[in-house]
Design a binder for this molecule. Structure first.
Ligand code: ADP
Length: 457
């Protein structure tokens, strides 16, 4: 079968949704293709936090010295300067506008009085959607596409990009869940928003042999790198492919990211089996992951108390995950440090020494061991929570090379006409390592640009 639209968007995560909405509002007839039975991708299952420098919540909390420049510097440095400076600049300059668009046009609700400071950020600047997950984002985006009457086709796997004699991309072939082959023609262009390849072990190993079967993944099964392969086949250039990020705090049995453990951003500490801290808890994900793997057993315990739990309320907002972890014996609530140590057979005296030091550092505001950048919190009072965790593959920094207008470039650095890309499928922003809260800022900033650009060209 054949169908014709102005714009074909592949992949219904945050990048794809925002591209589709912008293309539609610019007057195009749009179809959004999603290979899974449900929309949302990794955006849906993420924490949903979004960095935006100098945002309204920062101002409400009295943080008045954040700027796009600081955010730019943090992001470049966080990626070991392997991100493309002109693209990171676009992200830094537009992240706030993207957040305001989500708030005002898409009606996403963000917490009015709480922010996260993810590792590598010099300011607390990550907005938190209500519910602390991407569900709020995707629910509201879906409502907007419904209101705008944008066609979404789930169970529709895009497979091959189509090119005309001039080299312009004119559409894509796809296979439906029932095996029907459909050709989607695109009068204006195709936007690839298929996300990363964290769930594709073979592809991970092809680009970075270290990222093999020993790692589980936090990603949805849809994250298999289809868009990267599709575009590479027609000559697109790839970059940063070896840079694959593990998220440090994940379920040791399933690889699923722990959002209950977001208490780390409110002051939870990490200890090893011996009961000692071994890394700054707000370090970059790659640094923490590496440090964890170097400890006995290749795992860590995250420890916090009720005082820290009450700040972000991560247990209440992720109650299902909490119950599951407790049932699996991976998280324990203890009245005392002794009980916490006993549950996981950690040396009590060492753990107590560690906690005493943390309490001292909390008082003086100076972490003499690891320079905790958020300031440690006192762990004098219980009850305590202790959770076992391992790193798991989370984000693939590499992907397609795009220019400022999100046009996909070929091996020679030339624009491939009719082809655009945004989101995790691209490889130009995060360099060696993506900072927390930067993916959501990235996908909406460049998703929106792609949606506008495809119509403007
Ligand atoms: P981003 O954060 O960049 O928006 P996500 O992971 O949130 O990325 O979303 C990417 C979406 O693309 C997922 O829902 C995934 O299932 C979908 N997808 C991946 N490959 C294909 C494909 N070949 N055809 C259609 N959809 C795809």
């Amino acid at each position: 079968a054949e169908q014709t639209y102005d714009v074909v968007v592949i992949g219904a995560g945050g990048a794809g949704f925002s591209a589709a909405i912008e293309a539609k509002s610019a007057g195009a007839n749009v179809v959004l293709l999603e290979k899974m039975p449900a929309v949302g991708g990794n955006t849906l299952i993420s924490g949903g936090e979004m960095n935006a420098p100098d945002n309204w919540v920062e101002r409400a909390l009295g943080i008045t010295d954040d700027t796009a420049e600081l955010f730019y510097n943090d992001t470049m440095k966080g990626g070991d300067n392997l991100g493309d400076p002109k693209m990171v600049r676009i992200l830094a300059d537009n992240a706030l506008t993207s957040a305001e668009w989500l708030r005002d046009d898409i009606k996403v609700e963000f917490l009015p009085d709480h922010l996260f400071q993810f590792g590598g950020h010099s300011r607390k600047r990550a907005l938190i959607p209500v519910g602390h997950t991407g569900v709020e984002l995707i629910t509201k985006l879906k409502a907007k596409t419904d209101a705008d009457q944008i066609t979404i086709k789930t169970n529709m796997k895009a497979e091959t990009l189509l090119k005309d004699e001039s080299g312009k991309i004119t559409g894509v072939t796809a296979t439906s869940g029932t095996g029907d082959k459909i050709t989607f023609h695109a009068n204006k262009g195709v936007i690839i928003a298929t996300g990363g390849f964290g769930s594709n072990v073979e592809m991970r190993k092809k680009y970075n042999p270290k990222m093999d079967e020993k790692y589980m993944s936090t990603d949805t099964p849809g994250s298999t790198g289809d868009g990267i392969v599709m575009a590479e086949t027609i000559g697109a250039k790839l970059t940063n492919m070896e840079n694959i990020q593990t998220y440090p705090i994940c379920n040791p049995e399933t690889g699923v990211i722990s959002l209950v453990a977001d208490s780390r951003f409110d002051g939870a500490i990490l200890i090893n089996q011996e009961g000692k801290r071994f890394v700054e808890e707000l370090e970059r994900r790659d640094v923490i992951s590496k440090a964890i793997l170097a400890q006995t057993g290749g795992y860590t315990y995250q420890l916090w108390n009720q005082g820290i739990a009450d700040i972000g309320k991560t247990i209440e907002v992720h109650q299902d995950e909490y119950d599951q972890l407790v049932k699996q014996g991976l998280l324990f609530k203890a009245d005392t440090i002794e009980e916490a140590a006993d549950f996981f057979k950690i040396d009590v005296n060492t753990l107590k020494e560690t906690i005493n030091k943390v309490n001292d550092y909390a008082k003086t505001g100076k972490d003499l061991d690891f320079k905790h950048r958020g300031g440690l919190k006192s762990l004098e009072k219980g009850p305590y929570y202790i959770e076992k965790a391992v790193p798991s593959v989370h984000h693939t920094m590499g992907g397609l090379v795009i220019d400022e207008k999100t046009r996909v470039l070929n091996e020679k650095g030339e624009v491939i006409p009719g082809l655009f890309a945004a989101g995790e499928v691209t490889g130009v922003i995060h360099g060696a390592n993506r900072l927390g809260g930067n993916a959501i800022a990235d996908i909406f900033t460049f998703g929106r640009i792609a949606g506008k650009q495809v119509v403007a060209e």
